[in-house]
Design a protein around this ligand. Structure first.
Ligand code: BJW
Ligand code: ZN
Length: 245
């Protein structure tokens, strides 16, 4: 494991692997959007600091108080509407164009990868810009900010919920299998801005390593998997990632 500042030799090594790679999978978390002004979940200034996850990001919380949960999501949508993709999101689009077999796997629901121009994205935890009916199961995009009425409802009269994955809920059908296939068939796997504590997403890191991929982590801090990866680059994604291209 190499742990380096953005100027150290590990950066050269990671750049070399990326330059040669014909298959690349990227796993991102909230840290990639931090430089766009989007709060992360954990750590200083994180979204969980003022709210307990079990109060807001569980199906039980929504059943208890849909208005409270919707107020939180509406507030986040308002913040996101002001945010712009940053240099790291743009660098991923360049990599997608350059590398023959490329898969972007994100835990983020913020839509900044779409806005940067990324193509196919495996959104493991859903999309804050989609709504889903709790009665009939319909799901649809809705980018209105603020939403005109909270909580929103479906045309069928049922209560709508954010199109995201809460604790205790399964990920979208088949998506983990696709993600596992992508990381196990990639020569290089980039892991960017995730604390790697939420499963099953975090499990993709050891999965990639055991399948033989070179794993590069970009994060401002250590994670539980920093000791296992081939190269741990310490720094902000928007500063480090463009330097790997
Ligand atoms: C920077 C930076 C910069 C900052 N540059 N870096 C025990 C063991 C294993 C699993 C479990 C367990 N107990 C319970 C579980 C399961 C549970 C889980 O993992 N819990 C753990 C917390 C213990 N998982 C689930 O429930 C999942 N579902 C599931 O398991 O289903 C099973 C099932 C099967 C069949 C039927 C039914 C069920 C679902 C998980 C859903 C997670 N949802 C959330 C909310 C999404 C909606 C929303 O946004 O509101 O997803 S929680 C939240 O955490 C969000 C994120 O995607 C996710 C991961 O967070 P992320 O992205 O890593 O962000 P942070 O803030 O944690 O980290 C940011 C990082 O960036 C830090 O490292 C910084 O250092 C770094 N950083 N600036 C680079 N500029
Ligand atoms: Zn409905």
């Amino acid at each position: 494991m190499e742990e380096v500042s953005p100027n150290a030799p590990g950066l050269e090594c990671a750049r070399d692997w990326l330059t040669r790679a014909t298959s690349l999978a990227v796993l991102t978390g909230a840290g990639i959007s931090a430089e766009s002004g989007v709060p992360t979940f954990r750590g200083a200034g994180g979204l969980w600091r003022d709210h307990k996850p079990e109060d807001l990001a569980t199906p039980e919380a929504f059943a208890r108080n849909p208005l409270l949960v919707w107020e939180w999501y509406n507030w986040r949508r308002e913040r996101l509407a002001q945010a712009q993709p940053n240099a790291a999101h743009h660098a991923l689009v360049k990599l997608e164009i350059r590398v023959a077999r490329f898969t972007l796997i994100t835990q983020n629901v913020d839509g900044l990868d779409d806005r940067a121009g990324s193509g196919k994205i495996l959104k493991l935890h859903g999309d804050i810009w989609r709504l889903r009916c709790t009665a009939c199961g319909a799901n649809w995009p809705d980018r209105r900010v603020p939403l005109p009425k909270l909580p929103p409802h479906c045309g069928c009269g049922g209560l709508a919920r954010p199109g995201v994955v809460w604790f205790g809920e399964p990920l979208p059908e088949g998506m983990m299998k696709e993600a596992e296939h992508a990381v196990s068939s990639a020569e290089v796997v980039l892991v960017i801005g995730t604390s790697a504590v939420v499963y099953p997403a975090a499990g993709l890191i050891p999965y990639a390593k055991h399948a033989g991929a070179k794993v590069i982590e970009i994060n401002t801090e250590d994670t539980p998997y920093s000791g296992m990866v081939d190269c741990a680059l310490r720094g902000a994604a928007g500063a480090v990632l463009p330097r790997l291209l």
